[in-house]
Design a protein. Sequence first.
Lengths: 309, 348
Amino acid sequence: MVRYLAKRIFYLILTLFIVTTVTFFLMKIMPGTPLTNEAKLSPSERNMVLQQYGLNKPVWQQYISYIANAVHGNFGTSFQFSDQQVSYLISSRVGPSLLLGLQAIIVGVLAGIVVGSLGAIKKGTWVDTTTTIVSILGISIPSFVLSILLQYFVALKWGWLPIAGWSGFAYTILPTLALAAMPFAESARFVRTEMVDVLSADYIELARAKGLSKFGIIYHHALRNSLIPLVTIVGPLAVNIMTGSLVVENIFAIPGIGEQFVNSVVTNDYPTIMGLTIMYCFMLCVVLLITDIIYGLIDPRIRITGKRG
Amino acid sequence: MENKDDILEVRNLTINFKTYAGKVQAIRDISFDLKKGETLAIVGESGSGKSVTTRSIMGLNAPNAEIAGGSIKFKDEEILDKNEKQLSKLRGKSIAEIFQDPMTSLDPTMKVGKQVAEPLRIHQGMSKEKAMEKALEIMKLVGITNAKERINDYPYQFSGGMRQRIVIAIALVNYPQVLIADEPTTALDVTIQAKILHLMKELQTKINTSIIFITHDLGVVAGMADRVAVMYAGKIVEYGTVDEIFYNAKHPYTWGLLGSMPTLDTDADVLPSIPGTPPDLLEPPVGDAFAARNKYALKIDTLKQPPFFKVSNTHYAATWLLDDRAPKVTPPADIVKRQEHFKATHNN
């Protein structure tokens, strides 16, 4: 296990390094500089600012100094908010995003399990059809459309919940629902397929032959076997939520990192873009690592070792 | 019950499967008895209705199965009248089943001990500890080596033969009165087969159960069964004691089955088989379903279903060849040779 972890952490660092490098150069290829929008600057003033931020040096020198600083935990200062450290900017905004993300994945996956199981148990009936339609809608409606629909109906028309902003639990409900739609729909479909499969397995037949009730069969045998593979898609679902939050946080004016990311790209705030990219990448790798470890813990057939094969 | 020695009586059972193509007449009016303590083998090729018959005894047929008529009596209780809840009280307690493939019939994510203990917990309401104790006992009985250490292992940690022993343990843990074994050794290799069959025979006397043994392999039947029923296209075509079926079979289909059984003297490259394929049960033939593959078929075979002709008190066969008006037909030479061979090896 220790060996396995060490190996995974090594790959994590390698991934981070590659992503950092690629993003850095991609960003430089992008047209425009942080000063594109500052039309009033004279050429000499422009040069002065570029020099101050080290942007007039050759790109490879900029890259080396960035990596050197990043290794020491210094991700630079934001261009947009001139005296704010990128690390501070991110850490002060990560809370709302994490909270929303966690809420969304818990709500989405739990609802998906319930709805997907129902669909499988009642296969071929109207229940199955309804759950399938709901999950297809959940997959095909983009989160920004859903966000706006929720805002229009629930907040504006019926006035049940605040329309946007960030001050208390009530404010988290709509964005959580908007973010949860995708993981809900994906896991509902996944659980339905898995459980339909499991319910036709020989060991379910044997469970019936043992005299277990319908509920007993589902609870003792079908659920565990169909939920284990679900863990494998929780990683990708978390990614989904992270990218979804870029849009949803903007729509609901949530002071999270997703909203910040979009702002930074718009203003060519290089250090912040870099910092956020590294952080997203890091979170992603950690989520995937955790799902792999969980898989090994809940599925007795998989034992984690550092060895190949 | 018509006979007090019987534990199970099936009368005129008829089962159809509703499919998109129409009604598949899987079981067409079959009747048989199972006596207390005996082993009845049901033999026939794939699709002849062996498993459908036994599944209906447990009420385990697929949802599209429709019982069109007949009766299944277990100790004066009519099984076909029972609802799902009443059936589940019977399953795993009075009537248990051993499944064909041990590789897929155990829950891969549940410890084997717990799986063996499950029927005890459901039917006898035993506490966890007590059920595990009992499970351990039965696991030792079916010959799991180091049962005590292995009770908390998962199915994937066992070999095929060991898994089938666990499946047997699950079936026997409540000492059922009727045990259905649906090709229990088909998925195992030959040396393990013999061990499992021996174990079943041994346990049968220990817990005094009646066995319905389904197989397509007559070779397995010889050492296992007291009586044999041969099924073809959803009907029983011949039944009798093991000796009667092996030494004195009357139905050409049974001859075909006996003829396709390899013996130690068989040195042909290709094993003999029955030519042709079974009939389409969507529209079964009017007469004898085997007529099309039967070189002894008479004209009447294509017109009229043969009734059962009595050969002895225990031996009946449904073939027009036994009618007084039919020409006298002797079994093919190689079957006669085989019958001699069986007799000779039996007497040794």
